[in-house]
Design a protein around this ligand. Structure first.
Ligand code: BTN
Length: 288
């Protein structure tokens, strides 16, 4: 029998995540669940600042000040989505940081496919999409510095903290969304035709994240990029890139080994993008 929106399966519960978790690090030693908090990424940044090792997992049933990219708000009603943040301490250069977004995107897509059996597309650099609608987003933030951590008394020298924030839409009520967002947003319950098991999904995101992160740590950057490319809805498409006040138009031609997007402009010159907002321009006007 079908379950109601916001049914028991959507409610996060640490004890129900544990049995499906196969990780050694992510969410293994320190996982916390808040009924409500401002932002799970803020909580993880605080824990990181106290010198925590990587793997910390923070979840919330509701976020009061969920953050999206470029200063946007991530609407986070209670039990309507997965709001989770993970602490990583990768040994990467700043230029390689987009790889963390790409790797997380691949991991989330894989996890959703395992749990919901639906194909997820990836829009550079961090959007999870189905049929041109966004089902989730990733916010990767640097937190603190190696210097700051190294100067703490008795603390071992730790690589800088990277907070990986993941938001997945489970069961929004369309009417509660601003009108302009409605044609651009999708949620997993609707796609699956049933209430998704939120605890299983969190566990699978952690499992997949750990596996792909391990590849990245072992230097398999190209493998991570190739996995992203096979799910890309960006490459080969006409894109419009907003970088502050600057607008770039062209075709997304490739992803570099550091995860940067190469765009061939109409005048034949190429630009390499490490971040920023890419909005795809399609014939039907859809979002991705
Ligand atoms: C995007 O703009 O697409 C990224 C959205 C990321 C939202 C998640 S929800 C959990 C974590 N906490 C936050 O405040 N933001 C991220």
């Amino acid at each position: 029998m079908g379950e109601s929106v916001n049914g028991a399966r959507a409610r996060l519960d640490l004890e129900r995540i544990e049995p499906s978790l196969t990780t050694y690090v992510i969410g293994r030693f320190d996982r916390r669940l808040f009924d409500e908090t401002d932002s799970t990424s803020t909580r993880v940044a605080e824990i990181a600042a106290a010198g925590a090792p990587e793997g910390v997992l923070v979840l919330a049933r509701k976020q009061m000040a969920g953050r999206g990219r470029q200063g946007r708000t991530w609407v986070s009603p209670i039990d309507s989505g997965i709001y989770m943040s993970v602490l990583l301490r990768p040994q990467l250069t700043l230029n390689d940081l987009p790889l963390i977004s790409l790797m997380t995107g691949v991991a989330c897509a894989e996890a959703i496919e395992r749990v919901c059996n639906i194909q997820i597309g990836l829009k550079w650099v961090n959007d999870l999409v189905v049929s041109g609608r966004k089902v989730g987003g990733i916010l990767v933030e640097m937190s603190g510095s190696a210097q700051a951590v190294a100067t703490m008394a008795h603390a071992p020298v730790l690589p800088p903290a990277v907070v990986v924030g993941i938001g997945l839409n489970l069961n929004f009520q369309e009417a509660s969304l601003p009108e302009e967002l409605r044609p651009r947003v999708e949620w997993l319950d609707r796609l699956c035709g049933k209430s998704v098991d939120a605890n299983l999904l969190v566990a699978e995101v952690c499992n997949c994240l750990e596996s792909h992160y391990s590849d990245l740590r072992h230097g398999l950057k190209e493998v991570v990029v190739e996995r992203w490319k096979t799910r890309s809805v960006t490459l080969g498409r006409e894109v419009r890139v907003e970088l502050g006040q600057q607008l770039i138009r062209g075709t997304a031609v490739d992803i570099g080994s550091s995860g940067a997007l190469r765009v061939l402009q109409e005048d034949g010159t190429e630009v390499t993008l490490y971040g920023g907002e890419v909005s795809l321009r399609l014939d039907d006007g859809s979002y991705a």
